[in-house]
Design a protein around this ligand. Structure first.
Ligand SMILES: C[S@@+](CC[C@H](N)C(=O)[O-])C[C@H]1O[C@@H](n2cnc3c(N)ncnc32)[C@H](O)[C@@H]1O
Length: 231
């Protein structure tokens, strides 16, 4: 896909269909406790390392009790449930209803559903104002144009911090290669999209934000850049 051919609606349609179908099975097993292949196990472990770090950064903000956090692209709700247990008021949004249903069911099991407001919606369209916005391993599915659009909306939803991940250009070929095999041919466009540093800097500056923290997480086949930016 090149810069002139990006169609936001088509892209969202494709992501919704993937994450409600085959993608749901695959990612739910990575984020769950199913037995996994060695390769996928490293993705689960790397994702856990990333979430632990993001959780540490969130806590360092020392927000008052019951502060609000938007988990944009919440998936099976791992982070939402974790922070709901800590007393944050969480809004958990995902494009795929299957993901939201699973996140809700797990939140009920863990007794924290009352702290989480679930919604099937996209990171481009979700509304509201939150103390912090988090968005993990979602923007990795967007090429530069789609990324900039989505990031603009996310940054407008807080006067505070956005903590998110993206795939830095050139740094993730192994993971991309691995992930490519997980998508049916017609949905190959969902492979990891790398963002150039200059595009990332531009998106942050356009949103009037600055970088607080930045850490590369590399663990087996899991490679991502964890970012903390603020207004
Ligand atoms: C790789 S999973 C990550 C899930 C979760 N953030 C985590 O790290 O555990 C990507 C998630 O992003 C969701 N997603 C993809 N595009 C989205 C969009 N435009 N708006 C909201 N959610 C989206 C998918 O449905 C999927 O649940």
């Amino acid at each position: 896909m090149n810069s002139t051919s990006f169609n936001a609606e088509e892209h969202k349609k494709m992501l919704r269909s993937y994450f409600n179908g085959q993608g749901f099975q695959r990612w739910a097993s990575i984020y769950g406790d199913d037995k996994l292949s060695t390769v996928r196990k490293t993705v689960r472990e790397g994702h856990t390392v990333m979430m632990d770090k993001a959780f540490e950064w969130l806590r360092k903000l020392a927000l008052p009790p019951e502060s609000s956090v938007l988990d944009a692209g919440c998936g099976t709700g791992l982070f939402s449930i974790r922070i709901a247990k800590e007393g944050y008021k969480v809004k958990a949004v995902d494009i795929a209803s299957q993901m939201v249903d699973k996140a809700k069911a797990d939140a009920i099991k863990k007794g924290v559903a009352k702290n989480i407001d679930f919604e099937v919606n996209t990171i481009e369209s979700v509304k509201g104002k939150y103390d912090v916005v988090v968005c993990f391993d979602v923007l990795i599915h967007y090429p530069a144009e789609g990324f900039a659009q989505a990031f603009k909306n996310l940054s407008s939803l807080t006067n505070g911090s956005v903590i998110y991940t993206y795939a830095p250009y050139n740094k993730i070929l192994a993971f991309q290669h691995w992930l490519g095999g997980f998508f049916p041919k017609k949905e190959r466009r969902t492979t990891i999209q790398m963002i150039k540093d200059e595009d990332m800097q531009k998106a942050i500056a356009t949103a009037g934000m600055t970088i607080v923290n930045k850490e590369k997480i590399s663990w087996g086949f899991y490679h991502t850049m964890l970012m903390h930016v603020k207004h």
